[in-house]
Design a protein. Structure first.
Length: 150
């Protein structure tokens, strides 16, 4: 078998049990006539006590609500409305309705990709804002509520 330098050190420490990594699982697979070994390594988390817990709730009215708790009391809340996403979905719903009445299903199919890309971009922007807000809160641990994609 051929390993890179870093991979060889990690696997060696996992086999001997002297390093911080441990071998969890090894999978042997054959692809295009060649054999491959996939090593799954794990490392225990270092213990630390977060000062602040952050909860994220995904809802219908507000796309995401982020709340920071210090000593069990909410100290900071941020709402992500997602109104632009709702506008895009409503706009394309009306366009689809009109095109389906005219039996232009080929155009409907082509537009569905555009709608999906615009909505995905909007959700990505909200996710980035969510991460930026979390970075301003020191020593956080995440507690996620319902995680649904609308």
């Amino acid at each position: 078998m051929q390993f890179g330098e870093r991979q060889e050190k990690l696997i060696e420490s996992g086999v001997t049990g002297r390093g911080e990594w441990f071998i969890q699982q090894v999978e042997l697979m054959k692809r295009d006539g060649e054999w491959y070994a996939y090593f799954i390594l794990e490392r225990p988390f270092k213990d630390y006590e977060p000062n602040t817990a952050v909860g994220v709730d995904i809802g219908e009215r507000n796309l995401a609500t982020l709340v920071a708790l210090v000593d069990g009391k909410p100290v900071r809340g941020t709402f992500f409305k997602g109104s632009r996403t709702k506008e895009v979905r409503h706009k394309y719903c009306l366009i689809r309705k009109k095109l389906q009445e005219k039996r232009r299903l080929d155009v409907v199919k082509r537009l569905s990709g555009k709608e999906r890309r615009m909505v995905d971009h909007g959700l990505h922007v909200i996710s980035k804002k969510n991460c930026r807000v979390r970075q301003t809160i020191p020593f956080t641990s995440d507690s996620h509520g319902e995680a649904h994609r609308y």
